[in-house]
Ligand binder design. Structure first.
Ligand SMILES: CC(C)(COP(=O)(O)OP(=O)(O)OC[C@H]1O[C@@H](n2cnc3c(N)ncnc32)[C@H](O)[C@@H]1OP(=O)(O)O)[C@@H](O)C(=O)NCCC(=O)NCCS
Length: 229
């Protein structure tokens, strides 16, 4: 799923009946730690990609893949037209920093060698209290099968854990979206849950797989000499 397109209320009832065990126990509601803020220096470089905010100049490239039904099949958005892209570029996609919960950034994946925009990745801060973020990825099918999305998602995990300093990152994937599930696993994310028919999604009930990675997993993965990305 793509987090910035979904509502994710923390305490839905608003009366402390969900998600506030710390307060009930009389402990500090917010765990100690550095403030959760992300102010990357763009572009963020990976071995083959430049990750950077999207601009109006990306409109045609975005339309090339975000207008395709096959790209939208398992994500909340519907095939986009020029007006939909323009509206997002001027709105949610214009954010380049995270300074409060409920905010997210979306970064274009530009192939460094060609300057071509081939997809986008996003990071959304759900909860300051739980130091919890969510990631999502969308790649043009013309550029799949080369590891670009994995490379970009790995960089966004780096931003999440090493810069934003979250405790846990999740990825919510439609169970039919096998390529996305494999990507989460390649990133070392753990499958934590299979939710059966948890959402009415594009005309039918859908199953969702929840993947997650803890900061401690991330740290130990990057201590391993086998870490390849
Ligand atoms: C999900 C999605 C990003 C996966 O695309 P992808 O091309 O499989 O992902 P990558 O770019 O990371 O490429 C990985 C594939 O290339 C292969 N590959 C080739 N070179 C590689 C490299 N250098 N590094 C990693 N993988 C490489 C991998 O083996 C893998 O193939 P496999 O899954 O068949 O084993 C893409 O299908 C997509 O955008 N779908 C539509 C939007 C969507 O559903 N988003 C997810 C919402 S949860």
């Amino acid at each position: 799923m793509v987090p910035s397109d979904s509502p994710h209320p923390g305490d839905q009832a608003g009366d402390g009946t969900s998600g506030h065990r710390g307060e009930e126990a009389g402990t500090e509601p917010v765990p100690p730690g550095p403030p959760l803020e992300l102010r990357p220096t763009y572009p963020v470089r990976t071995s083959r990609l430049l990750l950077r905010p999207l601009t109006e100049a990306d409109t045609d490239a975005l339309l090339e893949y975000r207008s395709l039904p096959e790209v939208c099949r398992y994500v909340p958005f519907v095939p986009m037209d020029r007006a939909a892209v323009a509206q997002r570029l001027a709105g949610a996609w214009a954010r380049t920093e995270i300074t409060a919960e409920g905010q997210g950034v979306i970064l274009g994946m530009e192939v460094a060698e060609t300057g071509r925009l081939v997809g986008d990745v996003n990071l959304y801060l759900h909860s300051r209290e739980h130091r919890a973020a969510e990631v999502g990825w969308v790649l043009s099918p013309h550029h799949s099968g080369r590891g670009y999305a994995t490379e970009a998602a790995h960089a966004i995990l780096h931003l999440a854990f090493d810069d934003l300093k979250v405790h846990r990152v999740t990825a919510r994937v439609d169970a039919r979206n096998l390529a996305s599930g494999r990507l989460a696993q390649r990133l070392g994310m753990r499958q934590e849950a299979l939710l059966i028919e948890n959402e009415w999604f594009k005309g039918g009930w859908s199953d969702e797989i929840d993947f997650a990675l803890l900061e401690s997993d991330w740290v130990s993965q990057h201590r391993e000499p086998t870490a390849t990305l």
